[in-house]
Ligand binder design. Structure first.
Ligand SMILES: Cc1cc2nc3c(=O)[nH]c(=O)nc-3n(C[C@H](O)[C@H](O)[C@H](O)COP(=O)(O)OP(=O)(O)OC[C@H]3O[C@@H](n4cnc5c(N)ncnc54)[C@H](O)[C@@H]3O)c2cc1C
Length: 384
């Protein structure tokens, strides 16, 4: 049985060559009146993240947001513990889901929709479902947390002379603006691709090599004061209207399509200790440079130290070797080979690069306890 949401997943969690029963949550579209007093919204697993946003009452919002919002479902986002643009301030789905209803492999229903912030009565079933990738149960509904919608968001693209300048700018900015919601890194090579794709001029000045898309509650003057004297800062474009804001976000969110338009690539979704980002990316660049004709396009959520690295121009026969070299490098510095997309079937054979045998045994024991015949999403997380 393969649970299917919006099928936006990037690690083959819903793609299965063997005969299987696909179970779609498309019709699980219940939506109750948002409960402002408790700051909760109860939704069917088949609603999209965009529909949840649109259902939030005035003054409130749902904090999880990412590019696939109009197709990705609540069930899929919980099952993959989706993160996205605002993780640095609000956490991933784990921090924003406070209850689930789910159907187990034997058909029994678990109703953990109580929704309390604190409830230390044994194991947390809702949290167990977050990131379980359809291997433990089919999520049918969820209780999600609402957060106050920020007022006067200031959105800006800060341009830096180098990637390292942009990376080093984040800690001082955060110290001065503790409420930063978004800090997305984009580099010249990626913005060049997006610029061709969108037919717009690259937003970086000629001497700029890295951009930080920042969004923070407050006014442009606050951001300007906080950015003063950041080493390597050479320009700042501040959105003065909703359409400006959309345009700035489009630079970041169009990376996926612009890269896809280049043909096949090695797609990596890495999480790194912040202190290791610069040196690890340098090492990745060296590995990529050794492969003739290959280019790495790096971008992503600097705010929570997770970055997407897409390597273009690598012949199919050498791609697995180069991918392994990069993943081993990331593991060696304490990073993760899956920051946010999960393991799926695509990365099941690489799980031990990040998790110890003891951890994998615990996960398998949980799986066997809830699904003794291995009916739910076989081959996902653990190779068959
Ligand atoms: C353009 C783009 C941008 C993205 N950006 C981000 C980002 O910034 N941050 C981030 O974290 N992720 C990002 N993602 C990944 C995204 O979070 C996931 O693809 C999405 O959350 C999965 O939701 P879905 O409904 O499409 O699930 P599907 O793709 O249908 O399924 C994904 C997995 O969840 C399981 N599943 C689905 N529904 C259920 C259910 N009801 N119960 C149990 N298991 C279920 C499936 O079996 C599968 O294993 C992005 C994806 C795209 C395409």
């Amino acid at each position: 049985m393969v649970p299917i949401g919006g099928q936006t997943g990037l690690v083959d969690g819903t793609v299965f060559d063997e005969p299987h029963v696909a179970i779609s949550t498309e019709r699980l579209r219940s939506l109750t009146e948002p409960d402002v007093l408790n700051a909760r919204i109860r939704v069917g697993a088949g609603l999209t993240i965009g529909e949840v946003h649109a259902s939030c009452p005035n003054g409130w919002t749902f904090a999880v947001d990412f590019g696939a919002r109009e197709s990705a479902t609540v069930g899929g986002a919980i099952a993959t513990n989706a993160g996205g643009l605002r993780v640095m301030r609000h956490g991933t789905m784990r921090r924003n889901v406070v209850g689930v209803e789910a159907v187990l492999a034997d058909g029994s229903i678990v109703d953990d929709m109580r929704g309390l912030d604190k409830d230390n009565t044994g194991y947390d079933i809702t949290q167990l479902m977050a990131g379980s990738e359809g291997t433990l149960a089919i999520i049918t509904a969820a209780q999600l947390k609402l957060v106050p919608a920020p007022k006067n968001l200031c959105t800006a693209l800060l341009s830096f002379a180098s990637r390292d300048d942009a990376i080093s700018a984040l800690p001082p900015l955060q110290a001065r603006l503790p409420d930063i919601e978004v800090a997305e890194l984009m580099l010249r090579e990626g913005l060049d691709l997006v610029s061709t794709h969108l037919r717009r001029t690259n937003p970086l000045p000629p001497d700029g090599n890295a951009g930080l898309l920042i969004e923070v509650p407050g006014f442009p003057e606050t951001l300007a004061a906080a950015s003063e004297e950041l080493p390597g800062l050479i320009d700042a474009a501040v959105a003065s209207s909703l359409s400006d804001r959309r345009n700035l976000f489009a630079w970041r969110e169009s990376h996926t399509e612009a890269i896809k338009a280049q043909g096949s690539s090695i797609k990596l979704d890495l999480s790194l200790p912040r202190s290791m980002i610069g040196s690890t990316l340098d090492a990745v660049d060296r590995l990529v440079a050794a492969e003739e004709g290959a280019t790495a396009i790096t971008y992503g959520h600097l705010g929570d130290s997770s970055l997407h690295v897409s390597i273009l121009g690598v012949p199919d026969e050498s791609a697995p070797h180069l991918e392994s070299l990069v993943l081993e490098l990331v593991a060696a510095v304490g990073g993760s080979l899956s920051a946010e997309h999960g393991i799926g079937r695509k990365r099941a054979s690489q799980l031990s690069l990040r998790r110890s045998q003891t951890e994998i045994s615990i996960m398998k024991a949980v799986k066997a306890g809830l699904d003794e015949h291995g009916l739910l999403n076989p081959g996902v997380i653990f190779s068959i």
